[in-house]
Design a protein around this ligand. Structure first.
Ligand SMILES: O=P(O)(O)OP(=O)(O)OP(=O)(O)OC[C@H]1O[C@@H](n2cnc3c(O)ncnc32)[C@H](O)[C@@H]1O
Ligand SMILES: [Ca+2]
Length: 530
């Protein structure tokens, strides 16, 4: 007996405590190895992602798109999963302090980092497209515009995504990509159905794009964009009117009313009782009106309202030039426009304004819309403020003007009539995705829309390029480069990820290492406690 006890004392493995410690130790090591293995083999997310920043004249918005990862032949539906509104004004407003333009994007970029699964970060393409605000800044001060681009690019380069560049979209691109978005989301392209025209009203420019049987591009090549999608050829009419977005048109209308440099104007487009001092130099600080600044004007004028839709329409008509047209027919300012055809989706400010005015129902006759607008414009400013205490005062004060401009642009400018007004649908979203140029832009740059129908036997169509980064667009207004891409190859424009990706890869590996070591340390602490 005493021999047996002696043996136990000499062999510590026989005590219950050591056995327990040994078992816990083995479990901990197994857990540790499992975690380390899982860490290196993350579950692959089901979707792929793409991000586009819309740097508009009035603000910047970030859109995240996703599509099923397994559908590599580009047949998977792309949809918007999230959007983020950048705080503050558009990037062109940071000309005097460009660094702030870059910083303004940080909050939305952080959001995007959270919303796109970590495993997809480095392969997610990120684009920034700027529109009319930057077009105007570039006209006024190209060095300032370059600095703004440098600042935003520096911020985006630092993100974990695959930044593909920041650039100004041309007017035809903005119009064409808006049209692609609308028709893609409506499934009209993949099904080869009749397409819908696109009407986009921004702050600084406005676009009209539609297919007309009567338009082959020959009458006005600069308004023609042709492309082949899902096996169908499209010859799109598109025009972008710079300075005809609603903010710049307000400047044009005010410039018209302040030609003699008065100290006070009674503006029919603003409400009775409205009164605001305005600065001449601020009003005329835009290439859209700068040449018209009255030379002997005082520093300020008092902008008051007299609330008359009919008189407002007369003022607004003055911003259009109907006096010359060298084609068979024009919209305004001597710009060719074929006869309107088919239905139209009107978005951006068309929607914001008509939605606020409760006038999105276009089955209501045009005359009734005008009567409603007339009543709205005649509402005193004080009454209106009481009725809409939560509406931004700047927006509230401008809805009469904007509504009048929209109706005048559509009818006098583009020639919609009482009969064709109901062909317009005011839209914000189509199936959860915002209507706008961003989705069309990304679909093109990632080659997500095949040129041939997915079941077509081979690819025959060489296509041409609308933009330096694009694939199968041709526009008579831009230089073209030939490309014979077969419909469903892997995205061609997602260029190999170059040096930034190497840098990001290192950062990513380091992060993964830190994460794993943290977990290992936590496990070892647990082990020691046990
Ligand atoms: O296309 P560009 O011309 O570059 O401009 P943008 O992209 O910034 O223009 P948006 O479509 O975002 O907005 C168009 C205009 O509508 C204004 N806006 C935005 N939300 C609005 C709302 O709820 N009510 C009234 N106006 C609004 C905005 O300030 C602009 O003047
Ligand atoms: Ca816009």
């Amino acid at each position: 007996m005493s021999e047996q006890r002696e043996m136990k004392e000499r062999n510590p493995w026989q005590t219950p405590l050591t056995i327990l410690i040994a078992v816990v130790g083995v479990i901990a090591i197994v857990a540790l190895v499992t975690v380390a293995v899982l860490q290196n083999k993350p579950l692959i997310p089901k979707f792929k992602y793409g991000i586009v920043l819309d740097a508009g004249s009035s603000h910047t918005a970030l859109y995240i798109y996703k599509w099923p990862a397994e559908k590599d032949n580009n047949t998977g539906r792309v949809e918007q999963t999230r959007s983020c509104k950048v705080k503050g004004p558009g990037i062109s407003s940071y000309a005097s302090d460009p660094k702030l333009a870059g910083e303004s994007l940080l909050a939305c970029m952080k959001d995007a980092e959270r919303l796109v699964p970590y495993e997809r970060h480095e392969e997610t393409p990120l684009y920034l497209g700027a529109t009319a605000g930057m077009r105007l800044l570039n006209m006024k001060d190209s060095a300032a515009s370059d600095k703004v681009f440098q600042a935003v690019s520096a911020t985006l380069q630092e993100s974990p995504f695959s930044f593909q560049g920041a650039r100004i979209l041309s007017g035809p691109e903005e119009g064409a990509f808006g049209w692609v978005t609308v028709n893609y989301l409506d499934d009209r392209l993949s099904q080869g159905l009749e397409t819908r025209g696109a009407l986009d009203l921004g702050g600084a420019s406005t676009q009209i794009s539609f297919i007309s049987d009567k338009f082959d591009g020959s009458e006005s090549p600069s308004n023609s964009v042709s492309f082949r999608l899902y096996g169908n050829d499209y010859n799109l009419y598109t025009h972008s009117f710079l300075c005809y977005g609603k903010d710049q048109v307000l400047r044009l209308a005010l410039a018209h009313q302040t030609q003699s440099g008065p100290g006070l104007i009674a503006d029919p487009c603003f409400h009775n009782g409205y009164s605001q001092p305005k600065n001449y130099s601020v009003l005329y600080d835009s290439p859209c009106v700068s040449s018209r600044k009255p030379s002997d004007a005082p520093a300020t004028f008092n902008h008051t309202g007299k609330g008359s839709f009919h008189q407002c329409q007369e003022v607004v008509k003055n911003v259009f030039d109907f006096s010359q047209c060298k084609y068979n027919q024009c919209s305004f300012n001597g710009i060719f426009q074929p006869i309107l055809q088919g239905s139209f989706g009107a978005f951006s400010a068309y929607y914001f304004v008509m939605n606020f005015l409760n006038l999105t129902d276009t089955s209501v006759p045009l005359e009734s819309v005008k009567e409603a607008l007339s009543r709205y414009c005649a509402t005193p400013w004080e009454t209106l403020k009481q009725q809409h205490p939560r509406t931004k005062l700047k927006y509230l004060s401008e809805y009469c003007f904007s509504g009048t401009y929209i109706i005048t642009l559509l009818t006098e400018g583009y020639n919609f009539t009482s009969a064709t007004f109901s062909d317009i649908k005011f839209i914000k979203k189509i199936k959860e995705s915002d209507a706008g140029w961003t989705l069309g832009y990304m679909l093109n740059l990632t080659n997500m829309i095949p040129a041939e129908a997915p079941d077509a036997p081979s690819c025959l169509t060489p296509a041409t390029s609308l933009s330096s980064q694009s694939s199968r667009w041709s526009s008579s207004s831009s230089s073209s480069s030939a490309c014979a891409r077969c419909g469903h190859a892997a995205p061609r424009n997602l260029r190999s990820y170059k040096s930034i990706t190497v840098k990001k890869k290192k950062k990513r590996d380091k992060l993964a290492f830190v994460k794993t070591s943290r977990k290992l340390r936590a496990l070892s602490i647990l082990y020691h406690k046990l």
